[in-house]
Write a protein that binds this ligand. Structure first.
Ligand SMILES: [Zn+2]
Length: 343
């Protein structure tokens, strides 16, 4: 049985042009916002005040709730980022249903939405966008939809670091490797959920505060672990330039193999430069990423004697059965792998 939320906000949202609800055997035909809603033979004006909206909600609850089992439907949140899916679950709790459009292990640089994905996004109340240019396909999803429900989180978390991509300077999209940025993202997600579902404001606010506390503890833990690694050993060689925000916050120097996009193959010249840098800087270890082909990495280890430090999660969370299934776990995995590999 489909359910309908019984507060003013969501009742109005549920009256969008493409929805109808069957509840307790009563069909509520799809009605346009601010138009009339037909309920059996009764015609009720939909352009109502908040007070009337509440009264009407009670009326609906009485009419529809008779058969029992009617509950508030969760807010539908579609997420284009595995990190934001986790943030949405933390902040939304049982008040939201998170639909992961971009799933763990998928390369977000290469992702293209299927027609099914476009449909799922169209059916969502809120769409969380990673931002800073990561979703090149975004216009396709926004087309003909409600632009207001797209929340570009990355563009609101703070200063963008820059990258050279194909001769152009662009925003570095990997903002989530800074815990401070994710802390700000929690506030953006909380506010977006409240705007879409004011009735659950208290829950969203409390969940966001609790999760922010966890992020503060995570940030402290990472700083403590990094402090155990001498400064001249904080050198990070990975297969694409994803860790600038991490390096800025936690004091690492980065030697990237590729530019911003994983679609690039590193040039022979670039690899040769990197090989000599690794030897000169006495870099002890190089690192894989979860969505990368390790071919170049094995060439580097062969020719420089640096060891493989392990796998880093550069572009999002790991699968549910991995040790990086949540944002906190992913960051701890990365910092542990780095510190153990480089010390
Ligand atoms: Zn990336």
């Amino acid at each position: 049985m489909k359910t309908i939320r019984l507060n003013g906000n969501k009742t109005a949202a549920a009256s969008g042009p493409d929805r109808s609800f069957i509840a307790s055997g009563l069909l509520l035909p799809a009605a346009h916002k601010a138009s009339d809603l037909h309920l059996g033979a009764t015609r009720i004006s939909w352009g109502m005040t908040n007070r009337f909206s509440r009264t009407f909600s009670v009326f609906l609850a009485v009419v529809l709730g008779g058969a029992g089992g009617l509950r508030a439907a969760p807010l539908k949140v579609a997420s284009l980022s595995t990190v934001l899916s986790d943030v949405a679950r933390q902040v939304g709790g049982d008040k939201v249903q998170v639909d992961e459009i971009v799933r763990p292990g998928v390369d977000p640089h290469e992702f293209q939405p299927s027609p099914g994905d476009v449909e799922r996004v169209a059916g969502a109340d809120v769409v969380l966008v990673s931002g800073k240019g990561l979703e090149g396909y975004l216009a396709k999803l926004e087309e003909g939809g409600d632009a207001k429900k797209f929340v570009n989180v990355g563009d609101r978390v703070g200063t963008s670091l820059k990258l050279e991509d194909d001769g152009k300077t662009v925003d570095d999209p990997h903002w989530w490797h800074s815990v401070a940025n994710v802390r700000r993202a929690v506030g953006v997600v909380r506010d977006a959920m409240i705007a879409a579902d004011a009735a659950d404001r208290d829950a969203f606010t409390a969940n966001a505060a609790a999760y922010t506390g966890k992020l503060d503890a995570l940030d402290k833990t990472i700083r403590l672990k990094v402090a155990g690694l001498p400064r001249d050993k904080r050198k990070l060689v990975t297969s694409h330039d994803a860790f600038q925000y991490f390096a800025r916050d936690y004091g690492f120097k980065i030697y990237p193999i590729e530019g911003v996009s994983t679609a690039e193959e590193p040039s022979t010249r670039k690899v040769a430069e990197l090989l000599s840098t690794i030897k000169k800087e006495k870099v002890k270890a190089v690192f894989f990423e979860n969505t990368q082909n390790p071919k170049v990495i094995s060439q580097i280890t062969r020719e420089t004697g640096a060891k493989v430090g392990g796998e880093l999660y550069a572009d999002g969370l790991g699968a549910a059965d991995s040790d990086a299934a949540t944002y906190e776990a992913m960051m701890l995995h990365n910092v542990n792998t780095l510190v153990n590999g480089l010390k």
